[in-house]
Design a protein around this ligand. Structure first.
Ligand code: SF4
Length: 204
């Protein structure tokens, strides 16, 4: 079957209502993608703030993520640099212990077609449990920390990351190796991916 062009796919995603019967609000898919994006960030799902703004990662988690990557807002929101693709495009609502998991319908329906269109991606960042399972499959460890401790095994084009949410402050404190070991390499690989000449990307 002929692949759906990205602009048509994004139009269809933005009109998607598959989860309307189970979401606590009208669907509002939040993502950003272009064929030229060099770095793909697969996150979890929008939270309430991102749902309200319609802008991916426009919250405290996004601010921490940008500081991890060593990029400013202008670079982060440049669709020719970053594709921002959560596991669930719509805010799933809140449960007893925080936001609910991303809706599983989303990856099942959209991600194969969407990721196939992101042909310039040089680096993929998998953020949080759901993205790790999606991106690494059986190579994912028993726990998020098990997987993250083996971050070097998945490189150089894939880096698994914890979710930068303020709710994970205790994890960051318990795992100082993440900041000391992973972040310098992460920043280096982000800078390399962003500085790759366009002709290299087209040829790759
Ligand atoms: S979460 Fe994904 S599948 Fe569900 S309504 Fe939103 S865009 Fe559609």
């Amino acid at each position: 079957m002929k692949p759906v062009p990205l602009h048509a796919l994004l139009r269809d995603i933005r009109a998607c209502t598959i989860c309307a019967p189970v979401l606590p609000h009208a669907p509002r898919p939040v993502l950003a993608a272009s064929e030229c994006a060099r770095i793909l960030i697969i996150g979890q799902a929008p939270g309430a703030k991102v749902h309200a703004s319609g802008i991916p990662w426009s919250d405290a988690s996004g601010a921490r993520l940008r500081s991890w990557l060593g990029v400013d807002d202008a670079a982060f929101y440049d669709e020719e640099k970053f594709a921002l693709v959560p596991m669930g495009f719509c805010f799933p609502g809140r449960g007893p212990s925080g936001d609910l998991p991303p809706r599983p319908e989303c990856a099942a329906r959209w991600h194969h077609d969407l990721l196939a269109q992101l042909r310039s991606v040089r680096l993929t960042l998998l953020i949080g449990h759901y993205a790790l399972r999606f991106g690494l499959g059986a190579a994912s460890g028993k726990t998020l920390t098990d997987t993250l401790l083996r971050w070097r095994d998945f490189g150089p084009q894939v880096i698994p990351l914890p979710h930068p949410s303020p709710r994970n402050i205790a994890w960051f404190k318990r795992n100082p190796w993440f900041e000391a070991d992973v972040l310098p390499t992460l920043r280096e690989r982000v800078a390399q991916a962003l500085s790759a000449p366009a002709e290299d990307i087209k040829a790759g």
